[in-house]
Design a protein around this ligand. Structure first.
Ligand code: FE2
Length: 363
């Protein structure tokens, strides 16, 4: 059955595409991001066999001992690079149910030097497993290729909203845009039919997320046919009078397409014209299945205010008070259980102690 979600032809956003093509892309993005918060993309240039080759190197890396994996990153950098163990991250509204996955994070671009000082955990350097060159090179290449698609889409978003074309792309340069490779874990017999999810319903906190397509594995072997039933990505459409809770619809793209979805930062900047997609990842109803997936999160530069852009100031009250994108990230990582809450004490003035010391010396 054909999905109701629009398909965007990425050729329409090529640098030499004519105005008619750009208009076609902008119309598709307006409908897709305005109603579904998600678009399917064709002619994207990402080769499926390269995605699958990367997953194969990832699965090999995950087979290493937990002690070794725990040395790649960890809690000191809020799991923002390297390995995140299973049952670590949790969706904000999930009531404490951690996601059933393990994953690996890396950045593919150059990071802004000032942001490295301001948010060292968010802007830290990559950490890589030893003797995993194919995994490292494959991850970086995929990250950069998918990021380039994101930049094209962001230009299309600006056109769709009658904004200067570089409105969003100029705000992501030097940002800690992050790629994550995930493995959703196999359910045990006792977990079947308990309502356990691979990923609880949530919205992404970044600007734009790109998904070049996951892969299912059955008993460790990559397979082309997905398991039976409702498995994988499902999204919630914008609530309407007729459907006040939105509608839940499958997010599986047409063959050959990849997916992009709106994150919270893009919703805020557009004053809600574009919708941060609530989405959930359903687990299969049988044992033996795992799934790998690649997600690239395009982020705003840390110093950019997360606030409705001037034309959308009518939505200020919905998104007040404003905060810098780096600090928005800090707060979110606390909310999802990755950063310690004590980091909130770093907000606001932090040198009361200096005056207290001076006054103590005076007395
Ligand atoms: Fe997500």
């Amino acid at each position: 059955m054909q999905s109701e979600i629009p398909v965007l032809d990425l050729h329409d956003l090529a640098p030499d595409a004519g105005p008619d093509a750009v208009k076609r892309a902008a119309d598709a993005l307006s409908k897709a991001f305005g109603t579904y918060g998600l678009v399917f993309i064709e002619n994207h240039g990402i080769a499926r066999d390269e995605v699958e080759a990367l997953y194969d190197t990832f699965v090999d890396v995950l087979d290493r001992p937990s002690e070794e994996k725990a040395s790649w990153g960890g809690e000191d950098i809020w799991y923002q690079r390297g390995w995140t163990p299973p049952n670590t991250e949790q969706a904000v509204v999930a009531g404490g149910q951690p996601d059933f996955k393990e994953c690996f994070f890396a950045v593919g671009g150059e990071l802004d030097e000032r942001c490295k000082r301001m948010w060292p955990e968010l802007y830290c350097d990559n950490v890589w497993p030893e003797n995993a060159d194919a995994f490292k090179e494959g991850t970086l290449a995929m990250s950069r290729a998918v990021h380039a698609i994101g930049l094209k889409l962001l230009r299309g978003c600006a056109v769709a909203l009658d904004l200067p074309e570089d409105t969003f792309t100029s705000r992501v340069e030097g940002a800690a845009s992050l790629s994550r490779i995930l493995k959703y874990l196999e359910l045990s017999e006792s977990q079947l039919d308990t309502g356990i999810l691979w990923g609880e319903e949530h919205t992404d906190f970044n600007l734009l997320t790109l998904l070049p397509g996951g892969a299912f594995f059955y008993e460790g072997q990559r397979v082309d046919t997905p398991p039976e039933g409702k498995v994988g990505l499902e999204l919630r459409t914008r609530p309407t009078a007729e459907h006040p809770n939105g509608r839940l619809i499958a997010g599986r793209p047409p063959k050959g397409c990849i997916v992009a979805q709106v994150g919270q930062q893009l919703e805020v900047l557009t004053g809600g014209r574009f919708l941060a997609t609530p989405h959930v990842i359903h687990a299969p109803g049988a044992t033996g299945w795992t799934r790998t997936s690649f997600a690239h999160f395009v982020h705003l530069h840390g110093m950019v205010p997360v606030v409705p852009l001037e034309p959308f100031a009518d939505a200020d009250e919905d998104y007040a008070p404003p905060v810098l994108a780096g600090t928005y990230g800090l707060k979110t990582l606390i909310d999802i259980g990755l950063a310690p809450k004590s980091n909130l004490d770093r907000l606001g003035y932090r040198h009361y102690g200096r005056l207290a010391d001076i006054r103590a010396r005076e007395n």
